[in-house]
Design a protein around this ligand. Structure first.
Ligand code: ADP
Ligand code: MG
Length: 393
């Protein structure tokens, strides 16, 4: 998709309205994770260096169109300032007088953060008047909020039609990395896919089926595929409806795509019985619950992955939040890291897959960890992201 980027753009003295995704997790009112703050910095630094008057827009949480002080973006201004090394101003509203006054006070190189766009009902409704009120604040619009690009909201989509629109550096990097997966990927192309349910990933399977050489299936969804093949998975998490798994299985066979399933598993009598976790072959699950792929499966998947030249990892292989069930995801992560070191292109996508990559220490050893949860999934489903489409030239 052709869109304009920021490189070479003269922004000096211009009011640049930048949509970032500063939707950080909060714990007791404090910022619990700075990943999204860090991800926004490159674009803000570039605009600062170019002498722009930068006006940052974002949402935080789900205030549903009402001002909610617990979801104020105010704490994000000092967080951005600490990283940028200069003060960041804050305005108590993203439209109207408070915003206009703060914008008018900007000098070249300054950065201003506006209050949560979702305090206004027009944001999620993509209300043209609200979009116009945002657009009045800027001369140019930059969308850097990849994580929100699957939403057609006023600050992600509507405003892009009202001002000259550009992709920010994070947006560009995300799209470049993800587009490498489907635009002439080097083969073998392996998708390691896990997570909770087949139901959530039908679109990902269907779209990637057109591109990949094989799938290595783990996580709760593997149980559904096993059950669909008539294997007893005991008390394991599985989808009630086995039909999507059957359809995907048949499609893979028809297309000559290998769909690898576990041959052994780490099981426990219950979800909260980690001390009793042990390995059994598939076919001997009994009443137990599958909570990770077994070591034989992990080794077989690692063998497939180290020989891959393109890799996408979406959805953990087990209940990676608990140490007893991390081995599968850790083993495939190490294999992805080895393949990457040998020249493969590897992308980690999906909220939990990315969290697992950070937790288990292989995030820095892959080509790209996508910052988008839902946006990345929709991209992997082959869907057009409205926030991206609006940037097209
Ligand atoms: P992603 O966010 O990467 O797309 P999902 O949201 O689909 O991944 O799935 C992640 C969740 O799946 C995690 O909370 C993990 O604990 C859970 N999970 C993985 N394997 C199993 C399993 N065997 N049984 C139950 N839950 C599992
Ligand atoms: Mg998830």
């Amino acid at each position: 998709m052709p869109f304009r980027g920021l490189h070479g753009l003269d922004v000096r003295g211009k009011r640049v309205l930048v949509r970032e995704d500063l939707n950080v997790p909060l714990r007791d009112g404090a910022i619990a994770d700075y990943t999204r703050v860090d991800a926004a910095i490159a674009t803000l630094r570039l605009l600062h260096a170019g002498g722009a008057r930068t006006i940052v827009l974002s949402h935080l949480g789900r205030p549903d169109g009402h001002a909610d002080p617990r979801l104020s973006l105010a704490p994000l201004a000092p967080a951005l300032a600490a990283r940028l090394g200069f003060p960041v101003a804050f305005a108590r509203d993203c439209v109207g007088e408070a915003a206009q006054t703060a914008v008018a006070a900007l000098h070249d190189g300054d950065v201003l953060l506006l209050e949560n766009v979702r305090f206004h009902p027009g944001e999620e409704r993509n209300d043209p008047q609200f979009a116009a009120a945002l657009a009045r604040l800027g001369d140019l619009y930059v969308n850097d909020a990849f994580g929100t690009a699957h939403r057609a909201h006023a600050s992600t989509e509507g405003v892009a039609h009202l001002l000259p629109a550009y992709a920010g550096l994070l947006m560009e990097a995300e799209l470049a990395a993800l587009e490498r997966l489907t635009r002439d990927p080097a083969e073998p192309f392996v998708c390691a896919i896990g997570g909770a349910k087949v139901k959530d990933k039908i679109g990902v399977f269907t779209h990637l089926m057109e591109h990949v050489t094989s799938f290595c299936v783990g996580g709760g969804m593997a149980n559904t595929f096993l059950a669909a093949r008539g294997i007893d998975v005991g008390t394991s998490l599985r989808d009630d409806d086995l039909q999507p798994a059957r359809t995907i299985d048949a499609l893979a066979t028809a297309k000559g795509v290998r769909l690898h399933l576990p041959t052994d598993a780490v099981v426990a009598p219950r979800f909260d019985a980690d001390a009793d976790a042990h390995v059994v072959p598939i076919g001997a699950i009994g009443d137990a619950m599958i909570l990770d792929i077994g070591p034989q499966t992990a080794a077989a998947y690692a063998d497939v992955l180290v020989r891959a030249r393109t890799i996408v990892f979406n959805g953990p292989m087990g209940v990676y939040e608990k140490p007893a069930y991390q081995n599968g995801t850790r083993t495939i992560g190490a294999a992805i890291a080895r393949a990457t070191a040998a020249g493969a292109v590897s992308v980690v996508g999906g909220g939990d897959a990315a969290a697992a990559a950070h937790l288990l220490g292989f995030a820095d050893s892959v080509t790209h960890v996508s910052t988008g949860g839902g946006a990345t999934l929709e991209f992997l489903e082959g869907r057009v992201l409205p926030g991206v489409a609006a940037l097209e030239t």
